[in-house]
Design a protein around this ligand. Structure first.
Ligand code: ZN
Length: 260
């Protein structure tokens, strides 16, 4: 089972990062993609991945929250990082009209610039979309034929939005959000609609601790070692065995990010 969304550069992991990776391995996680959310963290993510060859890879990108920082210097940093063997996708990039930490125009500009960079470098993209589906779909659609792959991570949209994303050819990343007994119900019902070859799983740790873990972890910090719980729950709601799902999402991640 492969965790495609680990924010391992987070300060929440500062005191025990190697142990977090070790616990994940021991829990049966077979690989992880470390998320880069701005230039500095993308550099840190690449370094962390370099330390765990064959187990960790990373993305290089600028999250919509950081879109106001976008510059030609940052574009060059990402381009340089993308040459490293551990860096397997551009992102996370996209639109977030929920928190609006950068202006919409800045978000759209940085998003489109990263799609262009990914197309130029022939790399897959790791996408973020929150309450911005219409603009997100309009911006990403013309780029998809020029990209080797794309995943919308932490999908939390509506059924119509899921169908639109699948029609565009996007892979769908599902987090422990789906385990939330209130907010996750609609998404839970949609899980069987995702074709097996388009499904990816992720913890998005240290965020989004699954709310239905028993016994409850003592800390609210999420970790990649909790991925087996998400696998088990998603398998149940899809009517599959967790072994088959674990193998399936591992294979999908390796195919999408070209790790095989
Ligand atoms: Zn995100």
């Amino acid at each position: 089972m492969f965790d495609i969304g680990v924010n391992l550069t987070s300060t929440q992991f500062a005191s025990d990062r190697p142990k977090v990776v070790k616990r994940a391995r021991e829990a049966g996680v077979t690989g992880m993609l470390i998320t880069g959310t701005n230039a500095l963290e993308s550099q840190q993510a690449q370094k962390l991945a370099e330390d765990q060859p064959g187990f960790c890879w990373s993305t290089a990108g600028v999250h919509p929250h950081h879109a106001s920082e976008w510059s030609t210097e940052i574009a060059s940093t990402l381009r340089r990082l993308a040459e490293k063997p551990e860096v397997v996708a551009i992102g996370e990039c996209g639109l977030d009209f929920n928190r609006n930490l950068s202006a919409h125009e800045q978000q759209e500009y940085a998003f489109e610039a990263q799609l262009a960079l990914a197309a130029e470098l022939n790399m897959p993209v790791f996408l973020h979309c929150r309450e911005a589906h219409a603009r997100f779909a309009a911006i990403v659609a013309p780029w998809l034929p020029k990209l080797p792959g794309a995943v919308i991570h932490c999908f939390t949209g509506t059924r119509d939005e899921l169908e639109a994303c699948l029609a565009l050819g996007l892979s769908i990343g599902i987090t422990g959000w789906v385990c939330d007994e209130r907010r996750g119900l609609e998404l839970r019902e949609m899980l069987p609609l995702i074709p097996a070859d388009k499904l990816l799983l992720e913890t998005d740790s240290p965020y989004l601790l699954p709310r239905d873990m028993r016994p409850r972890p003592t800390s609210r910090r999420n970790e990649p070692c909790f991925l087996p719980h998400i696998v088990q729950q998603v398998a149940t709601w899809r009517g599959e065995s967790s072994e088959a799902l674990a193998a399936c999402v591992d294979n999908n991640a390796r195919t999408l990010f070209r790790l095989v």
